[in-house]
Design a protein around this ligand. Sequence first.
Ligand code: ATP
Ligand code: MG
Length: 266
Amino acid sequence: MKVIAVANQKGGVGKTTTSVNLAACLAEKGKRVLLADLDPQANATSAIGLGEVEGISLYEPILGLKPAVDMILPTRMENLFAIPGTMDMAGAEVEVARMPNHIVQLRNALEGIREAALFDYLILDCPPSLGILMTNSLVAADEILVPIQCEYYALEGLSKLMRITEDIRNSGNNPTLAISGLVMTMFDARTNLSMAVIKDVRDHFQEVAYQTVIPRSVRLSEAPSFGKTILEYDPKGPGTIAYQALAQEFLERQKRGVSFVNGVIE
Ligand code: ATP
Ligand code: MG
């Protein structure tokens, strides 16, 4: 099982939309996927049509109180499973911080799921901050997928995320952590700005940037309010086509191996 953290400390860049729909499209391709919601806002949870379920989240596992395997729920989609998020996760930020070597709590909690070998991919939808849940997710992850919104200041904060990634590698807690992809979201072909962001990201990050670009689509923003993935909500629409292409490219890259380590592409 590969653990992919979908992370960017910037808010509203498409982390949850990408986590949910990439997970769904990988499941559609027959991969066994677990989507875990690390965000107290629990947007990914509602986006796949699950509500908050009392006692079912990573809250207790991250505190070392319960096994994470007990928190896995099925979804409407074959091959797609989820661990819901909950408001309690906000409290975990504080409680985990008090624990010794707190940065490895999530990694340890997920060990049982890794060992059970039930899934091909575990996708972690990270909250927008550089808090404990985010750093725990990065320590638990094999790779980081970074959504970049095609907007002003798109690359703002990325160098900080890269520094944190490097610190985590150097800490010895996760020596092989790498940013394996940047995916540009909310692309609007009518604006020069969107084009400029794409050029900027490709110039800086070359093949670490995905070829697939996610267009701005009203359907993508509506789907979560119906508790549906884009595959269910608009099966033939541009959002579905884009996330299916992203899943395809993701799997090709998994075979090929592209990643950004210490400022160089490996
Ligand atoms: P947060 O930092 O709050 O967790 P996020 O990075 O997870 O946010 P999303 O929740 O995925 O970002 O997206 C932010 C908003 O933009 C949401 O309202 C979402 O529906 C919308 N959105 C995301 N991607 C697209 C898209 N490609 N086209 C149109 N709207 C989008
Ligand atoms: Mg989110």
